[in-house]
Design a protein around this ligand. Sequence first.
Ligand code: GN1
Ligand code: MG
Length: 362
Amino acid sequence: MELNVNEIILKAYGLTSKTTKLQKIGSGHINRTYLITNLLTCEKYILQNINTNVFNDPSAIANNIKHVAEYLKQNYPDYLFPASVETLQGKPMAQNANEYWRLMPFVENTVAFDTLSKPKQAYEAAKQFGKLNRLLDNFDSTKLKPTILGFHDLKLRYDQFISSLNQSTEELKHNAQKEIETALNHHSILAHYSAFENKAEFPNRVMHHDTKISNVLLAKDTFEGICVIDLDTLMPGKFISDLGDMMRTYLCAFSENETDLSKITIRIPYFTAMINGYLSEMGDILTSTEKEMILFSGKYIIYMQALRFLTDYLNGNVYYPITYDGQNLDRCKNQFKLLDELIKNEKELQDIIEENLVKKYI
Ligand code: GN1
Ligand code: MG
């Protein structure tokens, strides 16, 4: 039994440490997650501690999940949406002093992967995230609160990068000189984003905002997509957030932690499968402006992630945990290499997008 889950939290859900098995799972940077088993009933759950340095209003998470769960239950009762389980007292979260915890159902007979080894996984995952986007197309997104203010606001992320330059040390800036230049040189990505941000043809939608492969559950036997998980960043946003983060995390065989940059290349069959899966759900819903921004979504998210790692490096690693000095700078280099690869293959990727759009959805 891990000692860092308090008895008070377990009690809120009718559990005790003596009759509960806890295993730490997940590879996220932000929250602590456990698989818990009630040894008396053999029921399994996911228990997650919300990192309140990042999510400073945990009730916003609860609010969003509640509204979306109600809407989906009413309109799509067969859709599997793993909303939080209430405490015995009917609260959406358990609280102990300033710690907040959520309990989620464990979906049996499913697997989640950390990396993709087959294009079909990209298809299934993109279809699942696309499906959530589609089912919420008519949902009133003004009912939702931002769980992190300005989370995917590229202007804000750019401004945070500029502020980090002003407050960083000469040594860190010297180490990151090349990446700082690259960040400034890609300013046109921000300009493009700002030009579209407020257009009616580029609407706010309900976005998951964390579409990596480990946030999709696939059937254990067929590897068909079952549902998406990790709903703490479910909030209004632009469609480029979800599709873009899929490009960032599905196209390369290696993660943001890979330091051998020669390995950072793009797998075209995964791109095709991902576009296909996403458009099979969202192809009829995206506006023509959005359709023109499909490839841009990858540039936008990869650039933003590179800025976020670079900013954190310059700020002394206050946000993303590191296992060695300079890891956030390495992650930034990795993301800039990925951005280069995307741009290098732009023509071929755009052709694939157009083939898929023409084939089925126009
Ligand atoms: C964080 O916690 P995790 O690893 O799922 C971050 C994402 C980044 C990602 C990069 C709340 O996600 O935005 O894309 O790291 N989440 C938050 O690995 O900042
Ligand atoms: Mg997450």
